[in-house]
Design a protein around this ligand. Sequence first.
Ligand code: CU
Length: 156
Amino acid sequence: MRRLAPVTAVLAGALVLAGCGTDSGSGSGSGASRAELSVSGAYMPQPVSDSMAAGFLTVTNKGGTKDELTSVTSDIGEVTAHETVGSAMQEVKDLDVPAHGQLVFKSGGSHLMFEKLKRKPKQGEKVTVKLHFTESGTVTVEMPVKSATYTPKTGH
Ligand code: CU
């Protein structure tokens, strides 16, 4: 049941692929390095609802080119990115991952919203989430399900 190692391998493979070959898309910016993404701190609090869940993670871009998160998919249901505005949530599309920057989904702010769940994730399980980026393609993340009240430690 330990799936961390394969995921790391997938990520490393994706980065290697993104790093070699010639750019077929954005032609400008000669000398600027490609987007170089890594995902950290992914988790899903065990949902209290049968149909909805939230997920959090941080995408870090070490490269010199911005990337864009265009969609998120998962085998357990439909996923959209939401931002919190006041006490309401609204869907957001095409989220930027700035060059040398981060895209952060965290409790109280932006989050991944899982809806129409086919099953209810339980603490200790992992949920497979695919993040689709303009530059870097698909990055697969195994999101561990934590307790309903879990909050990550802040800081480094
Ligand atoms: Cu939401």
